[in-house]
Write a protein that binds this ligand. Sequence first.
Ligand code: IMP
Ligand code: MG
Length: 174
Amino acid sequence: MRRSSEPLIAETQIQAAVTRLAAEISERYRNCDTLVMVVVLKGGTIFASDLMRRISLPLAVEYIRAKSYDGIDSLGDVLLPVLPEQPLRGKSVLVIEDILDTGRTTSAIMKTLNEHDPASLELCVLLDKPSRRVVPVDAQYIGITIEDRFVVGYGLDHDERYRNLPEIYTLEEE
Ligand code: IMP
Ligand code: MG
């Protein structure tokens, strides 16, 4: 498999979506002094680093990592090997994800973070593939909605490759 020669989503289109999301988030959290961005490793890091630099509010950054057990496809089988270091109780928590696909890992992440008793818990995703959803998940901030295609670039990988590309490509047969 390799990436398409032409991008599916150009860098300018990605950056426009990031700017719009940053404005929406800035408006929503304008009077909030306890905002904690929880970035989902590894794919969310590129998006989050662009996004947070366009949000001029006080905020803290934490990371979470979710891994599914290989070959097992149920919600109960998501491992969270990295968790936020600071207590989230009473904080306004915003989760930053690269892509919402089946909803399985994201739903496990939201459920776990909710158990930490935050004052609020919202989700921001750069990409959404609604046609793939298996578990219902509400994302309050969505960058770009796409069809059911496997995409790489701008944080998204295939076997750990392509995360560093500034645009988003589809994956194709060689
Ligand atoms: P979900 O639990 O199925 O929604 O999975 C979300 C995770 O699957 C994302 O954080 C990505 O790591 C991965 N993923 C889903 N779709 C794609 C894709 O098209 N390209 C790269 N990674 C993807
Ligand atoms: Mg991945």
